[in-house]
Design a protein around this ligand. Structure first.
Ligand SMILES: NC(=O)c1ccc[n+]([C@@H]2O[C@H](COP(=O)([O-])OP(=O)(O)OC[C@H]3O[C@@H](n4cnc5c(N)ncnc54)[C@H](OP(=O)(O)O)[C@@H]3O)[C@@H](O)[C@H]2O)c1
Length: 355
């Protein structure tokens, strides 16, 4: 089959090459509740590039010879079911050959050669959802993967967004932010978003009640601190600040614009992969200079609970739009990654694997 294979350390153009003779997994090799999926579309994520840049340097230390295949998000059709799924009691979602499914795999699966820039993948049935009928396969790959499932995780960390909650989303136009925005609005929140002016219209179309252009406002935390100075602003303070960009300043200044019982939730761990922010913001007590607001830093581990909640958001009409920046052919995956690396994509970048 065709598959992009990770061969050496570096930027996508150096790190991956397209194999047309990669051994395809077969139906006969399926065990347990795994399924064989013919991938129609894959969506790509910043984490794929992190893996390309970090992983090959450990590869010689791994106890097996890895042929990592990049990308985690997928949508496609089931072509075979593992033996456990042939009994209806173990096949709760009634998955069948031909069912369109979507979801994402874990990083260890990428390392073991099950990445989604491949025509066929083997994936546990517990990591997929049935594709919502209202979206195409390309849109499903963008919605139900890392971005959508991370949005589910962030929303859950708030304890559940309720009507009237006031929410600020940093990076509101991105893959995660655009889904989070729609879900928070769908649940009745008042949502303010931070993005560049170029994406302000998109954020408004997706429901943002106000958009702050970080390129015009100057440091956003100072802009907000200025706005929230004075009497009677408590009611306007946010219940939650949800950060998809990496906003240490936004957290440290948050007592000015976030309620005392509010929570700051971030998904960006910075260069220390979350270690430093965890120590600074989660462990450091206020008397040692810590910020007196609850702080969470999250790392997605794909799971049935999250992918199915995302599918519910789509089926219930909370998330109506899959924001797709662009689609690339399978042969153009390097160009797709280079577009991702500009950090200027408006929504998800999709690769047509075998559409
Ligand atoms: N912890 C986890 O499990 C997890 C999971 C998924 C993603 N992530 C991380 O989360 C980050 C976002 O992921 P994504 O898939 O949403 O990325 P993305 O699609 O590239 O979106 C990032 C967005 O951030 C906006 N942005 C850039 N600089 C900004 C700034 N200074 N202030 C406010 N907004 C800014 C960009 O919009 P403009 O062009 O308008 O600036 C862009 O739309 C990435 O670093 C990713 O690695 C972590």
């Amino acid at each position: 089959m065709k598959a992009w294979v990770l061969e050496r350390w570096g930027a996508p153009r150096q790190a991956i090459h397209l194999s047309t003779t990669f051994p395809a997994p077969t139906a006969a090799s399926l065990t347990g509740s795994n399924i064989l999926v013919k991938v129609s579309h894959a969506a790509i994520n910043p984490v794929d590039v992190h893996v390309m840049q970090i992983l090959p340097s450990w590869a010689p230390m791994l106890p097996f010879r890895p042929h990592p295949i990049p990308a985690m998000d997928f949508a496609g059709h089931i072509v075979a079911l593992g033996p456990a799924l042939l009994s209806s009691s173990k096949n709760k979602d009634n998955l069948q050959v031909g069912t369109a499914v979507c979801g994402c795999i874990s990083t260890p699966m990428v390392v073991r050669g099950h990445g989604t820039l491949a025509e066929y993948i083997v994936v546990p049935a517990s990591l997929v959802a049935v594709k919502p009928p209202s979206v195409t396969l390309a849109q499903a790959a963008g919605l139900a993967g890392v971005a959508g499932q991370t949005a589910v995780l962030v929303e859950a960390e708030t304890g559940g967004i309720k009507p009237g909650h006031r929410v600020l989303i940093n990076g509101v136009s991105g893959g995660v932010g655009s889904i989070l925005l729609q879900a928070c609005k769908g649940k009745g929140a008042i949502v303010h978003g931070i993005c560049s002016g170029a994406n302000a219209e998109l954020a408004r179309r997706l429901g943002a009640d106000e958009v702050i252009d970080y390129q015009k406002s100057g440091p956003v935390e100072q802009f907000l601190a200025g706005r929230f100075r004075g009497e009677g602003v408590e009611e306007e303070q946010y219940d939650f600040v949800l950060d998809t960009v990496g906003g240490q300043g936004l957290y440290e200044k948050s007592p000015v614009y976030m309620k005392p019982n509010g929570r700051f939730v971030t998904i960006d761990g910075g260069p220390s992969q979350g270690v430093l922010p965890y120590i600074m913001n989660k462990l450091r007590p206020v008397w040692l200079g810590g910020t007196p607001r609850a702080y969470s830093i999250l790392l997605l581990s794909p799971a049935q609970r999250t992918v199915q909640e995302l599918a519910r958001w789509v089926n219930d009409g909370l998330v109506r739009e899959a924001v797709v920046d662009s689609e690339f052919a399978m042969e153009e995956a390097v160009e797709a990654y280079e577009k991702l690396q500009t950090k200027r994509a408006k929504g998800k970048i999709i690769v047509r694997v075998a559409a």
